[in-house]
Design a protein around this ligand. Sequence first.
Ligand code: BES
Ligand code: ZN
Length: 452
Amino acid sequence: MEAVLRTITADREASLEELKAFLRIPSVSTDPARRGEVRRAARWLAEHLSRLGCRVEVRETPGHPIVYGEWTGAPGRPTLLVYGHYDVQPEDPVEEWTSPPFEPSIRDGAIYARGAADDKGQVFIHLKAAEAWLRAEGRLPVNLKFLIEGEEEVGSPNLEPFVMAEAGRLKADAVAISDTAMLAKGVPALCVGLRGLIYCQVDLQGPATDLHSGIFGGSVANPAGVLCRLLARLTDEQGRVTIPGFYDDVRPLTGAEREAFAALPFDETAYREALGVPALDGEAGFTTLERRWARPTLELNGLQAGFTGVGSKTVLPARAMAKVSMRLVPDQDPEKIVDAFETALRRHCPPSATLTLTRMHGSKPWLAPTDHPALQAGARALERGFGRRPVFIREGGSIPIVTTLTERLAVPILLLGFGLPDENAHAPDERLDLENFSRGIVTVAHLYRELT
Ligand code: BES
Ligand code: ZN
């Protein structure tokens, strides 16, 4: 282990240069214009895995490729499946970045770039841990399988069928995923719960074309106004979602769960200040961590209608559009919830406008038992990497494939997050703390041993 740790330290600068090359590729999965770049990131990864000595396959899909690599040189030893994603979120608003999103920049002890934390930097941690073992010892104490996809940020539509079909090949004793965050700097965490997600687009069409709001206003429904009213009635003043049946299957938090959340070293004032909001907000009767981790929500992700340019224009827009998502918790069913959402919208949509609902993607909520031996192995590895026992947390975000992996492979899943909650995932100035990057590699290097 000493030699492995020395290799990690000695390779740090070279590793960062390699990570920069990975981060320079703008692999934005949701943008059709970036299709070639997404492929380039897949190839970059495949080459890197081959250089490590993995047998690699880049599997084509109707969307973006899946990169699969395996190192099976430890017969009789456990197998660890590492899942991650090489696709990233769009960089906009690009003018709000301090340094360009796809020109990685190191400053203030962090590496700044889109994908630094979510998730290229965290995937890279796993590559470097394996590389350190192979270079220092010529072998790994476990077998490794890497499953790195290019469509996580768009709901993993093609990984789902791949996992269902290839469960035999993916067989492992545990799954490790680094695509979440620590509770705070210096506080490592094992994540045991994720919220599910429904993502929809709502389009409202009124008149065939934009109209003069003076000539026609008052006689024709205004889609922008109708959409605002429709959306506004989906939540109430108490921060609750008003869709009939929305809470029917929500599993209430137990007393023990609420106590465990309350006992975590979470600084609510620092959280509020870091977000720059005058006050926190949410569903009445729940704490901030409960609201984020264990309560469902409905969020308006974007709105578009009418004239938003400089100056004024008296117009009655022909159409209005909203992107709406809902975060789900156990035991809500995405299908059932999206049906209820559509019913609620249509019930109140006036006959003077035409509503179209596009269901974009959905994923189930996930909650893991905390007593599995593999989880304890993960906890010991984090303790070695960070010098402090990890806390058990949940996250409010979603990783769509996690429930499928749990159900299809029937193995424990370790969510070892090396990001920080304030590292601006999905936002301008995304970054990854460099100390956590190094400690992450050390943690994963220990994890292999702890699993045996
Ligand atoms: N890394 C995140 C998931 C995450 C976010 C975990 C925050 C923990 C804390 C992941 O890449 C992500 O952003 N997922 C999307 C899923 C989606 C677009 C299908 C999400 O949660 O919005
Ligand atoms: Zn991610």
